[in-house]
Design a protein around this ligand. Structure first.
Ligand SMILES: [Zn+2]
Ligand SMILES: [Zn+2]
Length: 176
């Protein structure tokens, strides 16, 4: 809590940019997951992106999701167990689209706001992209530990906005 008290402006800018990321996420056509992200340099917005199929290719709303089943290990009260999870792989992730549609020079020293904690692949790409800070809202536990240690190794500030509440207009009507 201390950093937010020391820097009163911080929370306002965090809310402002995360709200934009959530509004961007409403453009996603995948009914399973709406992810939005924005690139911020100083206090300037330099890019927005959401998860979606490549341009000109049928998306989830036209051809349905492209579902894969994966086994995922979860630890509950110290007990490991494998659970089956379904994932849509039709879309390019929001963070990857952001990197495709922004310039390296704009990313150097920038901050990325993203509605969801990046997966391992996106975290790897962000780690090599020039950004110096990643701020997310919804946790994604599957890759959390290795993503956090990657960010530490790279010296990238990795912040979770736990007290943040998304704008109502962004809707949360996705299949979980
Ligand atoms: Zn989908
Ligand atoms: Zn990802």
């Amino acid at each position: 809590m201390a950093p937010e008290v020391q820097d009163g402006l911080r929370k306002d800018w965090d809310t402002y940019f995360m709200d934009i990321a959530y509004m961007v996420s409403t453009r996603s056509r995948c009914p399973r997951r709406h992810v939005g992200t924005v690139l911020v340099q100083g206090k300037k917005l330099l890019g927005t992106a959401y998860n979606g199929a490549p341009m000109g290719v049928a998306d989830c709303s036209e051809d349905g999701c492209m579902i894969v089943e994966e086994l995922e290990m979860q630890v509950e009260d110290g007990v490991e167990r494998m659970i089956k999870k379904q994932r849509c792989i039709r879309t390019i992730h929001a963070e990857q689209n952001l990197l495709l549609f922004t310039d390296r020079i704009d990313r150097e020293g920038s901050t990325v706001y993203v509605t969801d904690q990046p997966c391992w692949t996106c975290a790897n790409m962000l780690a090599n992209s020039g950004v110096k800070e990643v701020v997310y809202h919804r946790a994604y536990l599957k890759d959390s530990e290795k993503v956090i240690s990657l960010m530490q190794v790279k010296g990238i500030v990795f912040r979770h906005l736990s007290a943040y509440a998304p704008p109502v207009q962004a809707g949360m009507d996705v299949i979980s």
